[in-house]
Design a protein around this ligand. Sequence first.
Ligand SMILES: [Ca+2]
Ligand SMILES: [Ca+2]
Ligand SMILES: [Ca+2]
Length: 245
Amino acid sequence: MKYLSLLALTFVACGIPKQNPNAPRDGFQYEIGGETVAIVYETTSTATNTVEVAIQVNDHQFDLGMSTESGLQKIDGHGAVLTEAERKALSQAAQDYARTENVTESSPIEQKTLYLAFDYLSQAPDNYAFPTRNFNSTHLKNEGITCIKNGSTVTAQWNTQLSTYVAENIVVGVNWPNNYGCMGRCGADCGWGAPSSWTKDCLDHDACSYRNNASGGSSDPNCGDEYDEAADDWLGGVWWGCNGN
Ligand SMILES: [Ca+2]
Ligand SMILES: [Ca+2]
Ligand SMILES: [Ca+2]
């Protein structure tokens, strides 16, 4: 981890311009709205069938654990709150990584996890502070991740500061405006062909985010909990075969 920190600091401190050939191989750097965002990552496979993914976004550290047998085990964001520029950079990194590495469903778990982690982090609600979370893998499949099918009608459910319960029937896969295409797909809009999950918790998150952003409310107090509940779906749904079909 020390290596990552030093690397990132050097990376930022030198103000390396875009596409510098000396930039570290395992990283991205973007200029977004006058803000420099450096992203450095590292994946490690352990003896216990677990893949550890470390992602550093400027001075924020994220550590994820993915089991090759049971899916997502932990996400530790150390309390990080991402800026809008950092979230946009992560979204771009997800796209660039998926294209560069040609990430597909048959890619190694390290690659899929890294791509899905970039994608998940990029969709954090405003002012959301990433906690330390552990997932009870024995309950993941039946309680945490429910696959949904494209073209079926599913009742999205969420809550807000003003309403303890909001429900709306949505045809899975329908395109809503403002980059809310492919409703029910975990991730913004319809993605770029890289693997993604289609689940109930992601539909709830999509609907909550759209309805609350559209009405001008900050989405965090309203949809932060839906974002939490979708974490295992986002990162583990592909693993469980929730491909929307
Ligand atoms: Ca879930
Ligand atoms: Ca909510
Ligand atoms: Ca979505």
